[in-house]
Design a protein around this ligand. Structure first.
Ligand SMILES: [Zn+2]
Length: 308
């Protein structure tokens, strides 16, 4: 041990405490005490901002764990958090209209719509899936985060914005982003490898969340409900999906954590298919993080599609 060094450390800590305790007279935030406050609208953006910011940022999730993020409603406290935030991360395009309304009234330079300028929604609209004829203009697919390569782009956008807000830690943000990106690239590589050898490519899902995942890995998604998981499928729709399952010999109906599995179970019982969980990652997974949950998704897909 080195007593002088310890004493110096103790002194430094005392000074830091003092600075934290009576900083009212300084207009300049003291280094290290004032972390950028990030408000993220739902889990995938929490994953990106915590992964990039680590201990250097304070992240608030607007969508509580276990709550389905579509059409999120905001509390007064959350509106206050939004107006105090250094960075607001959200996904535009009508996914959470109440949040978009609040953001449009704030200083937009503090907000980052991760879809902005990417043309994601346009490309989603040009790729139509089976059973989507009904409603053309209002069904742009927001579920971009289920393509891990797009998730990596979101991570990079977050790193750029945090570096601008807190330039002293730019290197940490960029390094963290690079690490996260390589995990995501690894997930993408595994999906590509495993899903290239499957007997079938049809996935029947609860709500229309897997369009980007399907497009990335050349799968065909048929969803029981539409883009919004709350929408009750009509009896006609159920019969249509059941017919598809039988005609295409689909062995697995996927359900998800935040939506009742009843509809999936009904179709499974009617057709003799099994049910299995496929996570749309709209809320934090019960264990692990986005990348872990995507690996679990890949395992489920591997079983369902007979891949080897
Ligand atoms: Zn969704």
């Amino acid at each position: 041990m080195n007593p002088p060094l310890l004493r110096l450390l103790a002194l430094t800590m005392t000074a830091a405490h003092a600075a934290a305790g009576c900083g009212a007279d300084t207009s300049e935030p003291s280094a290290g005490e004032d972390k950028p406050a990030v408000v993220a609208s739902f889990y995938p953006l929490v994953f990106a901002s915590e992964g990039v910011g680590g201990d250097l940022v304070e992240v608030e999730n607007l969508t509580a764990p276990g709550i389905e993020p579509h059409d999120l409603e905001l509390s007064a406290d959350q509106v206050r958090s939004l107006s105090d935030a250094d960075l607001i991360l959200y996904l535009g395009g009508g996914f959470q209209p109440a949040l978009e309304d609040v953001v449009s009234g704030l200083d937009e330079s503090r907000a980052l719509d991760v879809l902005e300028g990417r043309g994601f929604l346009e490309s989603a609209e040009s790729e139509s899936h089976e059973g989507e004829e009904e409603d053309h203009e209002s069904t742009a697919d927001p579920h971009v985060w289920l393509d891990p390569t797009i998730m990596a782009e979101i991570v990079d956008q977050v790193a750029v914005r945090l570096s601008r807000i807190d330039p002293a830690h730019k290197k940490v943000y960029l390094d963290n982003a690079a690490q996260l990106d390589s995990r995501l690239e690894n997930v993408d590589r595994k999906f590509n490898t495993v899903l290239s050898h499957c007997l079938t490519r049809d996935i029947v899902t609860s709500h229309d969340a897997f369009g980007y995942l399907a497009a990335r890995y050349d799968l065909d998604q048929v969803s029981i409900s539409g883009i919004d998981p709350e929408a009750e499928p009509s009896p006609g729709r159920l019969a249509q999906v059941a017919r598809f399952v039988e005609e295409h010999d689909v062995g697995t109906i996927f359900f998800e954590e935040l939506v009742s599995p009843k509809v999936a179970e009904t179709i499974a019982a009617e057709t003799g298919a099994r049910t299995e969980m496929l996570s749309p990652l709209e809320s934090a997974p019960p264990s692990g993080d986005y990348a872990d949950a995507m690996e679990a998704n890949l395992a489920a897909l591997t079983r369902a599609l007979d891949c080897d």
